[in-house]
Ligand binder design. Structure first.
Ligand code: PNS
Length: 202
């Protein structure tokens, strides 16, 4: 494992690291997902994703160029009732990202830092749309750092065309018949129609 990390500083080293990684990923290698992720730059993108918006997707695309693997992790909180069930949220994201080899779609319950440790990830990605996001995000980042100083939060800015987009507004606008075209994936729009269809047509 150490050899893979150290060798990755040259082109040849990168090839060696890739080969070692492939060997480690084989089912009979005896390595756990945590061991394997320690060899990669793994970032967790956590959120409620109720539902995923094009703002989230924009951040994920940007992360794709920076990290070896991105874990889109839906926080499951039984006390927080969302519009979509956990399974529906997972399904929408799976339908959008089904075939991306380096994007993992998962959910977790409990503390984010515990989940990050379990997955061997040291980076948390959060989107910052505007100053108004900052205070809440800053609090969370510092609390997470207090809980685990080895896990860093990195803030990413979505394209400015999504700076006003939130899952909450998407649901509200759609519920009252406004257009959300271009702000969510057609997969999400279809699911919203299924959820709200009857009410909207009344
Ligand atoms: O999309 P959201 O709702 O802004 O995401 C917030 C989320 C899920 C990332 C945050 O509430 C979270 O990390 N929840 C897991 C529980 C936890 O670790 N809480 C302490 C955070 S400081």
């Amino acid at each position: 494992m150490v050899a893979a990390g150290a060798a990755a500083h040259s082109d040849h080293g990168r090839e060696v690291a890739k080969t070692l990684l492939l060997a480690a990923e084989s089912p009979d290698s005896g390595y756990t997902i945590k061991d394997i992720n320690k060899l990669k730059k793994v970032a967790i993108f956590p959120g409620s994703f109720d539902p995923i918006t094009n703002g989230h997707i924009d951040i994920i695309e940007r992360c794709n160029h920076l990290f070896d693997e991105i874990i889109i992790a839906i926080a499951f909180n039984p006390e927080k009732k969302g519009l979509f069930t956990l399974e529906e949220r997972l399904e929408m994201i799976r339908n959008i990202y089904g075939n991306h080899k380096n994007i993992i779609i998962d959910s977790f319950e409990g503390l984010l830092v515990d989940y990050a440790r379990k997955m061997g990830a040291k980076i948390i990605i959060r989107g910052l749309r505007a100053i108004s996001d900052f205070e809440y995000e800053f609090q969370m980042a510092l609390m997470n750092r207090r809980l685990d100083d080895k896990i860093e939060t990195i803030f990413m800015m979505p394209h400015e065309k999504y700076s006003y987009v939130s899952s909450r507004l998407i649901k509200e606008v759609f519920q009252f018949g406004g257009s959300i075209q271009g702000l969510v994936s057609p997969i999400v729009e279809k699911k919203l129609r299924e959820k709200f269809g009857n009410k909207i047509n009344k």
